[in-house]
Design a protein around this ligand. Structure first.
Ligand code: SAH
Length: 276
């Protein structure tokens, strides 16, 4: 469907709530095109009513245009599932989609429904964070953990399941926050994890801050992250390419953090640091 940009977030969340397992969002200047697959019939009437209702709040937005087409079931359903094989990560974790329920003994299952937020476990930066988070939590039982840029919620879920006493998850994207909340419930950790928009909204200091963002954001947030670390806390940063590593490490060093460990997969680097 094609919608006004100011309606895109709300309509995107609505599509996910209605059962779309994925959503493609393409910005085109004055409008946003949202494409969602529904396993059954698309909820066209509900969608049209919802979009019309939003125009009470945004009267200047042009009406949303809904178009549907039938896609042969096997085409998308099977291809989609092929992209999300379950994976063992680190020593104790196992990330799996809902349609694969068996978790190998000795591992902790993290069930992620591949939706519209980043963080299915298939990306090297997510795996880097999981591996180093597991390592950090091993020496910090009952840690207070903050996940900056939670996306699907995968790292916050891992932290809670690995025994964190309290977890905070932040994301600036309202759709990611909605997806994360749903995944927290599905994993039975909604009580243990609090969700917020930004680090600034969250109280206190953390034993572990993990941030899978992008190189330039890790540089921008270096001081803010350092300020929130408990005295013997660790910061885990990811989303940087090998060629950005020196610049990020220098910014973190300038903020008072020294490197402890790094994970590298396919040129994607994850760094773990602690206050000097
Ligand atoms: N933590 C997940 C997802 C990482 S994707 C994983 O490791 O797989 C990065 C997420 O960070 C996105 O959902 C994006 O919306 C969010 N983000 C970007 N800048 C941010 C900021 N300054 N504060 C909080 N979240 C941010």
């Amino acid at each position: 469907m094609t919608v006004a940009p100011e309606l895109a977030d709300s309509i995107g969340s609505f599509l996910v709530d209605q059962g779309a397992p994925g959503l493609i969002s393409e910005e085109d200047g004055a409008s946003v095109r949202l494409t969602a697959h529904f396993p059954g019939a698309a909820p066209v009437d509900a969608l049209t009513r919802f979009a019309e209702g939003l125009r009470d709040i945004f009267p200047d937005a042009p009406p949303a245009r809904v178009e549907t087409c039938a896609v042969p079931e096997a085409d998308w359903a099977e291809n989609w599932k092929d992209h999300f094989p379950p994976i063992a990560v680190g020593e104790r974790l196992f990330v799996h989609p809902p349609w694969i329920a068996a978790v190998p003994s000795g591992r902790v299952g993290i069930m992620i429904d591949p939706g519209m937020a980043f963080g299915t476990g298939q990306h090297p930066t997510t795996r880097g964070c999981l591996v180093l988070l597991e390592r950090a939590q091993h020496s910090k039982p009952g840690a207070r953990v903050c996940d900056v840029g939670t996306g699907s919620g995968i790292l916050a879920i891992a932290a809670a399941k690995l025994g964190a006493a309290e977890v905070w998850a932040t994301d600036i994207d309202v759709v990611a926050r909605a997806v994360a909340e749903a995944n927290l419930v599905a994993n039975g950790v909604a009580e243990a994890v609090h969700v917020g928009a930004s680090l600034d909204d969250i109280p206190g200091q953390f034993d572990i801050v993990v941030a899978n963002l992008l190189g330039h954001l890790l540089i921008e947030l270096a001081a803010a992250i350092t300020a929130r670390l408990a005295p013997r806390g660790v910061a885990i940063g990811s989303g940087l390419r090998t060629e950005e590593e020196d610049a990020v490490a220098a910014a973190w060093r300038a903020a008072g953090l020294v490197p402890l460990a790094r994970y590298d997969e396919d040129g994607w680097v994850t760094l773990m640091c602690q206050p000097s």
